[in-house]
Design a protein. Structure first.
Length: 136
């Protein structure tokens, strides 16, 4: 198995754990110094402890959040996913008020890797589209 294929297996396990709201499984493949960024909203969590808090609130406030992946670019240093972020937020959605409306927002996720561990996630999407879908 190549390093890029190994990275893909780590990311797939992470995405499946996220979908199940499996807290420990979601954190399993992350490096201790990982960084989680939602770029358009300015959300940044640094280090595994802060990232864990992001996942605690995410599982509570929008447990059905998942990424519908339409394209994958594999690499040894990073994996890039293109697709849609889908959810029906119940609480605040990354600081934005949620009204229980389902969302499906086109997004790009960049997941850097080092030594077979995820260094975090960086999400890019149109915040105006997200706010419109949330009814803001």
């Amino acid at each position: 198995m190549t390093p890029a294929e190994h990275n893909w297996q780590v990311l797939l396990a992470h995405l499946e754990a996220e979908k199940r709201c499996d807290f420990d499984g979601t954190l399993e493949g992350l490096a201790e110094d990982c960084v989680f960024e939602i770029v358009p909203l300015g959300l940044v969590a640094q280090g595994k402890a802060e990232v864990a808090e992001v996942y605690r609130s995410r599982f509570r406030d929008f447990p059905d959040l998942h990424t519908e992946v339409t394209r994958v670019v594999l690499g040894e240093e990073a994996i890039v996913l293109e697709g849609f972020m889908c959810a029906t937020p119940r609480g605040r959605f990354w600081g934005l008020p949620a009204r229980g409306r389902p969302i499906r927002v086109p997004a790009v996720l960049v997941v850097p890797f080092r030594d077979g561990r995820m260094l975090g996630e960086r999400a890019y999407f149109d915040s105006g589209d997200l706010k419109r879908q949330l009814g803001l």
